[in-house]
Design a protein around this ligand. Sequence first.
Ligand code: AMP
Ligand code: MG
Length: 317
Amino acid sequence: MKKLKWIFGIVLIVTVFAGLFVRNFNKDGVFERTEFLFDTSCTVSAYGENAQAAVDAVFERLGEIHKKTDFFSESSEVFSLNSAKADEKVSISDDLAKIFEVAMEVQKASGGSFDPTVAAVVELWNFSGEGRIPEEAEIAEKLSWVGGELLSFEGKNTVKKSADGVKADLGGAAKGYAGDEAIRILKEYNVSGAVVDLGGNITCMGENPKTENKKWRIGLQKPFSPTGEIDGVVELSEGAVVTSGTYQRYFEKDGKKYHHIIDPKTGYPSKSPFSSVTVVAKNGLTADCLATACFVLGEEKGRELAERYGAEIYFTD
Ligand code: AMP
Ligand code: MG
C-alpha cells in the first residue's frame, strides 16, 4: 500500500510538471502564459533568454493593476472611489492617476463619448451578469451622475466626486494601460520580442522571429464569427492594436442584442452600423480610450478624433 502511494505521488508530480511544461513552452521557443484577468483571457507570449522570468513578472504587474481597477472588488481603488461621499478627498495611486489622466483627456477630446463616469448607468445593465434592460426612469436618474465635470482632481493623486452617486468605470481604459506596463517590463527583461493579448487589446514589441520582415501580424477578428475568422491583418513592430466591439460583451433579450458600449448621452448601448472599431496607436492606454470613444462617435467624428491623436482606425461591419 505504502509503495502504491509512492508510485501515485511520483506519477502525480511528473504529470503536474509535464502539464506546466506543455502549457508554457512550445516548440518554436516561445514562452507563453495565459491567465484570466480583467474579466477576460490574457495571454503573454515572449521570445528570448529571459522570456519566462519576464512573462512571470508581467503577470504579477497585471494582477496588481487588475486589483486596483476592478469595479466589483471591494478592495479595489475604484471601489473606494465609488463608495466615497460627495466632496470627500480620495487618494489614488500613480497607476490610477495615469489612467485617469488619459481617460479624462479623451473624455474631453471626444465630447464625452468616452467617459469613465458612465459607470452609474453601465451598472444598471448588469453586463457582467445575466444582463437586464433597465427602466427608462432608472436610466434618466443615473444619467445625472454621468459627466466628466463631476470628477475633480487636486494634483494627480486626489479625486473628488461632486455627488455621492457618481461612479467611475475604468473598464474601457485599464487593459490598455496594463498592456503598456507589460511592454515596459518585457523591455526591462530584454526579451527579443513579445505580444501581449488582453482580450482584444494587443500590445507588442521587438522582433517576430516567424516573419521575414520581423514584424508582428495582428489579425482583426470577424465580429460574431463562431470560428474566430480573421477580417484583416495589421502589421507592426511596436505599438498597440485595440478593438472595441459589440460582440465582446452583450446579452440577448427577445431576439435583440444589447451590447456593453454605452453612449453616455443616452444611457443606452451606442447605436452604430458597425460591430467593432480597431485603433492602432503607439500607446495602449490612448488606443483603448480612443477605440471606445470612436465606437460611440461613429465613423466621421471617430476618424477625426483618431487623426488628432495620429492613430489609425478601422471600422468593421
Ligand atoms: P472597451 O471594451 O474598451 O470598449 O470598454 C468597454 C467597457 O468600458 C464596458 O464594459 C464598460 O465597463 C465601460 N464603458 C462602456 N461604455 C463606455 C463609455 N462610453 N466610456 C467609457 N467607458 C465605457
Ligand atoms: Mg476601450
